[in-house]
Write a protein of this length. Structure first.
Length: 118
């Protein structure tokens, strides 16, 4: 059962990388700054999700109470990490907001599509 869960998480993370690449290439038509903005927007969603996946996977063989605690701590750190990444990004000069948010939302939308495909 744990192998199937890990495989699903790996697929979702892989699809996030794929959608970030597609969106970045699409915005790349408008110039490198737009492509860069879309890429870092996507990775602002991907990096906290990767952290959360690794955190929860590391507690898979523990008792239910520890798994639940790991889930809550992981989700809290994920949210704080997202805020910190956005704070850092907004310090970069010439960031394009629309591509940034498009990359971020596109990477997050992978979860919705994964639910629809299940």
């Amino acid at each position: 059962m744990a192998a199937r869960g890990s495989s699903t998480v790996a697929k979702i993370l892989g699809y996030q990388i794929l959608i970030i690449a597609v969106v970045s290439l699409g915005f790349g038509v408008g110039g490198w700054q737009k492509a860069f903005s879309a890429t870092i927007g996507g990775f602002t969603a991907f990096v906290p999700n990767l952290y959360f996946a690794l955190r929860v996977a590391g507690s898979a063989e523990q008792d239910a109470r520890k798994i639940l605690r790991s889930f809550y701590v992981g989700e809290s750190v994920k949210l704080l990490l997202t805020v910190a990444l956005f704070m850092l990004i907004f310090q970069i000069p010439n960031i394009e907001i629309l591509p940034l948010m498009a990359g971020y939302v596109a990477a997050l939308s992978v979860f919705w599509f994964a639910l629809l495909l299940q």
